[in-house]
Design a protein around this ligand. Sequence first.
Ligand code: AMP
Ligand code: MG
Length: 284
Amino acid sequence: MTDDSLWETPAVTILRSQPGFDLEGLDRNSTPGFTGKKADGERLLEERGAVLSGLQELLYANGRSGDSRSVLLVLQGMDTSGKGGMVRHVVGHVDPQGVDHASFGVPTDEEKQHHYLWRIKKQLPRGGYLGVFDRSHYEDVLVVRVHDLVPPNVWGARYDEINQFEKELVDAGTTIVKVAMFVSLDEQKKRLQERLDRPEKYWKYNPGDVTERKLWPAYQEAYQAMLDKTSTEHAPWYVVPCDRKWYSRIAVTELLIDAFESLDLSWPPADFDVEIEKARLAES
Ligand code: AMP
Ligand code: MG
C-alpha cells in the first residue's frame, strides 16, 4: 500500500509543539500533514491500528522476558475533545491485556490529602505495558489554575516539578507520548448539544461542562502555558486538532507507532532449547 504517502509530513514532525507556538492561531478543524479525506483516514485507522497492535504485542512479549520499558499515552483536552473515543478507537486496536488504563477526575477525599502526583504514580504503566492516561497530572495546572483551587505560587511551581517527574520516568524507561487535544468552541457546542438530544448520550452530559465554557479563554491561557512550560526534549507535547475525530485518531495512532518503533524491539529469544522441545512435543 502507498497509504504512507497520504501523510506529506509525518504526524510526529508536524504536530510536535514548537517554542513560540500560538494556540490562538490553531485551526482546530484542520488536518495537519494529511492529504487524504475522511474515507482515507478511516481506512488508514484500521490498517495502522493493526500495525500498532503488532508493536504492542512485541513490547508485551519483551516485558514478559524482563524488559521493564513502557509507553505512556497522556491524553489531555477539554470535555468533548474526544479522549474517550481515542481510547476506544485507537487504543482499542491493541490487546486490552497489555494496557494499563487510568482516568483522573476530581480528586477523592483521600487523594486530596496527598501530593497531586501521588495518584498519578500509583497508575504508571508496568514494564511491557501501554499506559493510557485519560486526563492526567496536567489537570493540576489546568482546572486547578483556572479555578484558583490553590494559590498561583503553588500551581506555578508545578511546571518544573512535572518536568522533573517526567524526566525521571523517561530515564527509567517510559516513553511518554503527550497529546494535547483541541476542539473548537463551536464544535464543542455541537457535541454537547448531541449529548442533550440523544438519550443514549445523556450519561456523558454534565451541566458543569456548560459552566466551563464560560471559562474558555482562561482554559486556553492555561493550555498555552502548559505547552510553553512543559514541552520538553524528553517529553514533548503533540498538538492535535480534534474537530475531525477521524483525523485526531489517525494522528495519535501514528504518534504511538512512532513511540513503539523508537524502542527498536525484536521478538525475545526462547529461554528453552527449541529443537529439544520440538522433539519432546513430537514424542508426547
Ligand atoms: P470527565 O473527564 O468528564 O469524567 O471529568 C472529570 C472532571 O474532573 C473534569 O472536570 C476535570 O477537570 C476534573 N478534574 C480532574 N483532575 C482534577 C484535579 N486535580 N482537580 C480538580 N478537578 C479535576
Ligand atoms: Mg466530562
